[in-house]
Design a protein around this ligand. Structure first.
Ligand code: BT5
Length: 248
């Protein structure tokens, strides 16, 4: 396996924007990684902001040049790598003794005790091949209501990045085998969820499956089954499909 080409800058606008720009200029090697201590314009999805004080958290993006790398699958692979890296640093065996409160909320959040610990953002350039996957992990600081890695293990952003890249490389290549790994880390399956759709519409039900394209299958209490590939998922408390929101 090729090595990662990791660069670190003290400050930038957004590591995703930087790698997108370099990829479009044809200057970026496959498996380039950019980490920064501080972002002045860190982004989430839909032009939301990603917040982190300078020096406190892991803020990085990777470029995977292979045209076969689908953004949806890369989101899953990076999310799983973050969960596995934290388990590894905490000394927990992922297969026999994982940190049970740590896992993934479909499609792109890492949760600890129902609170957001990390977000992942995959983007495709219109002109360059491959995918840019950015990830922000709260290491030493989290906004109110969110979680940080220091609740379970002391580590630096740099150590965590090394762990994430190693965990990513340790994943099974085979899509079917990886799909099982992803499902094992997913907290959303079996939960009652509310899906916020573009516009103001919502759909509530039990998350019963993730299909082969990474979409979520939700079964409503009236027996209506729908499949979603966009939208924000809110976990509701088990046994209710009301406004009793457990995490966001
Ligand atoms: C995400 O978006 O969760 C994807 C975040 C990706 C950030 C990384 S950092 C490196 C790379 N460069 C970038 O510019 N971005 C990537 P989304 O699901 O839209 O969540 C954004 C929402 O999470 C915000 O609207 C806030 O409500 C909340 N939020 C902001 N900062 C947070 C933090 N540090 N921890 C937890 N929640 C946060």
């Amino acid at each position: 396996m090729d090595e990662w080409h990791v660069s670190v800058v003290t400050e930038t606008g957004s590591t995703n924007d930087d790698l997108l720009r370099s990829a479009e200029q044809g200057e970026l090697a496959d498996r380039s990684v950019l980490r920064t201590e501080h972002q002045t314009a860190g982004r989430g999805r839909l032009d939301r902001r990603w917040e982190a004080p300078a020096g406190s958290n892991l803020l990085a993006s990777m470029y995977l040049a292979s045209p076969g790398d689908q953004p949806g699958v890369m989101l899953q692979r990076v999310g799983v790598a973050i969960v596995d890296a934290i388990n590894q640093l905490a000394g927990s065996n992922m297969e026999t003794d994982p940190l049970l409160a740590l896992g993934l909320k479909w499609p792109n959040d890492v949760l600890l005790d129902g609170r957001k610990l990390a977000g992942v953002l995959a983007q495709r350039s219109t002109s360059a091949p491959g995918v840019i996957v950015g990830f922000g992990v709260n290491v030493a600081w989290a906004p109110p209501g969110a979680a940080c890695v220091h609740e379970v293990v002391e580590c630096s952003p740099e150590q965590l990045l090394d762990g994430v890249l190693d965990a990513f490389d340790g994943q099974p290549d085979d899509p079917g085998t990886f799909a099982q790994t992803y499902r094992a880390r997913l907290l959303t399956l079996g939960q009652f969820v509310r899906v916020h759709l573009p516009g103001n519409a919502t759909f509530e039900g039990r998350a019963v499956d993730i299909d082969g394209d990474g979409r979520i299958v939700v079964l409503s209490e009236t027996g209506q089954q729908r499949v979603f590939d966009v939208g924000d998922v809110v976990h509701l408390r088990p046994g209710t499909a009301s406004a009793d929101v457990a995490s966001e």
